[in-house]
Design a protein around this ligand. Structure first.
Ligand code: AMP
Length: 214
């Protein structure tokens, strides 16, 4: 099964897709994680992407589409995947459709995590990420058992440099302008499922799992 998790920054795409991947055994692909990995490795892609990411802007479509095309062509993606943070523009969505069509494949579901702005800001400003396994925590809502240590792998937690008030506000503007049109794009294909994501992570996950079983 091929699933996209759609929603603004802070909707819980990362949290939900990681939990969903653990539960279902499906492959989780996050373009944000892949790009951050490239930045920390200092690869050519990382060097090209860093400036955009620091500003809260989108990395150019060509770079991200190429990166995702290479990733989904790998063997472990053959039986399906959960996409987190991709697509983020109509052009990316069209390229993904084309890529899949070439192999007679398609996206089965797009889960839209509907989230209000107050919740987004509260989640992003307290978010903590594991430097090793990319696990997500929240200083108040989902604190790790041991301060600044990942529950899953023991790695150290950090606050993402783009989770500051100024960059959060820019990322929300970018979402409204460039990414929110995807809601209509996938609704028109009849595969969009809307979920109230203002709630805690667990009930949201259960609803997604139920929905994918249908
Ligand atoms: P995320 O971890 O999904 O919040 O992504 C962090 C940053 O990576 C974004 O603010 C963008 O700069 C970049 N990024 C991630 N996914 C994409 C994408 N599909 N298209 C363009 N830029 C992206």
């Amino acid at each position: 099964m091929r699933v996209i998790l759609l929603g603004p920054p802070g909707a819980g795409k990362g949290t939900q897709s990681k939990k969903l991947a653990k539960r279902t055994g499906q492959l989780h692909i996050s373009t944000g994680d892949l790009l951050r990995e490239n930045v920390s490795l200092g690869s050519e892609l990382g060097q090209q992407a860093k400036g955009y990411m620091d500003k809260g802007a989108l990395v150019p479509d060509e770079l991200v589409i190429k990166m995702i095309a290479e990733r989904i062509a790998q063997d472990d993606a053959k039986s399906g995947f959960i996409l987190d943070g991709f697509p983020r523009t109509i052009k990316q969505a069209e390229s993904l459709d084309k890529l899949l069509q070439e192999h007679s494949l398609k996206i089965n579901y797009v889960i839209y995590l509907d989230t209000s702005e107050g919740i987004i800001i509260q989640r992003l400003s307290g978010r903590l990420v594991c430097s090793q396994c990319q696990g997500n925590f929240h200083a108040k809502n989902m604190p790790p058992k041991q301060e600044m240590i990942c529950d899953y792998c023991g790695g150290s937690l950090y606050q993402r440099s783009d989770d500051n008030p100024q960059t959060i506000s820019k990322r929300l503007d970018v979402y409204k302008d460039d990414s929110s049109p995807l809601i209509r794009y996938y609704d028109a294909q009849g595969i969009l499922k809307r979920i109230d994501a203002d709630r805690d992570a667990e009930p949201v996950l259960e609803e997604i799992v139920l929905l994918l079983k249908k």
